[in-house]
Ligand binder design. Structure first.
Ligand code: GTB
Length: 220
């Protein structure tokens, strides 16, 4: 059965592949699973029909027959469990790769998200300049720890896994920001992820959505 995912009809990232459907698209491409995409406007996301699939009225969702999932991490995990290629067969290595999935979403993403939201939404606030160094420092701490653990390895836990897939999508939010440039091994890690053919296919697919409606104004 071909699953259907949801994505922004008009992503505010202007085709940079930063919205969370990107990680689901990438996972599906890694396992060579074809998929359909239903594009939603911001207002459609808040309508009852979509809230029946996603309690918070967001993207992405994943539908496969009677199965409906929300939360990009859970969706990637489901894909990784149902297909070979994103989690090791060995039980110990598999559990470790799953730890990296949680680390990406629960330990590394929050400070990066907080920093980028502050930079996008809070620049005009009186306390912005005072708060920014603290937010940047929290990101630097995590990047330092992550680069120390990655060392000279290509991937976080042996072979490429769903943990790397999620971690790369999390770090990509810092692409082009000075803060990531201080960690050459992480820059190379992100570049390795982005060079994977499955990543390219997923990226091009979401970019095509943006380009097909690119005369529209961006919300961010
Ligand atoms: N924890 C959930 C998950 O991982 O699936 C979070 C889902 C989520 O935040 N979805 C966002 C959404 O639907 C899109 S991805 N927002 C609309 C709403 O809440 O009304 C977050 C996102 C949005 C925009 C950019 N960007 O422009 O760069 C990047 C990421």
């Amino acid at each position: 059965m071909i699953p259907t995912i949801t994505a922004f009809e008009r992503s505010p990232d202007r085709g940079r592949g930063l919205a969370r459907d990107m990680r689901v698209r990438w996972a599906l491409e890694e396992v060579n699973q074809p998929y359909h995409v239903r594009l939603l406007s911001f207002s459609e996301m808040k309508e009852p029909a979509h809230r029946a699939l996603h309690p918070f009225g967001q993207i992405p969702t994943y539908e496969e027959g009677d199965l409906v999932l929300f939360e990009s991490g859970a969706i990637v995990f489901h894909i990784a469990q149902c297909h070979a290629g994103l989690l090791p067969d060995d039980a110990v290595a598999r559990a470790q790769a799953i730890s990296w999935m949680y680390a990406a979403l629960d330990t590394v993403e929050p400070p990066i998200w907080d920093l980028s939201m502050a930079m996008i939404l809070e620049g005009d606030k009186s306390w912005y300049e005072e708060r920014l160094p603290m937010l940047k420092e929290r990101v630097r701490v995590r990047l330092g720890e992550l680069s120390l653990r990655l060392g000279d390895a290509d991937w976080l836990n042996g072979e490429f896994s769903a943990g790397d897939l999620l971690m790369v999508t999390v770090l990509r939010r810092l692409n082009g920001a000075d803060i990531l440039n201080a960690y050459p091994s992480l820059l190379a890690y992100v570049a390795r992820g982005e060079a994977r053919p499955a990543f390219r296919r997923a990226f091009d697919a979401q970019l095509a959505v943006f380009l097909s409606g690119s005369s529209a104004p961006s919300a961010l």
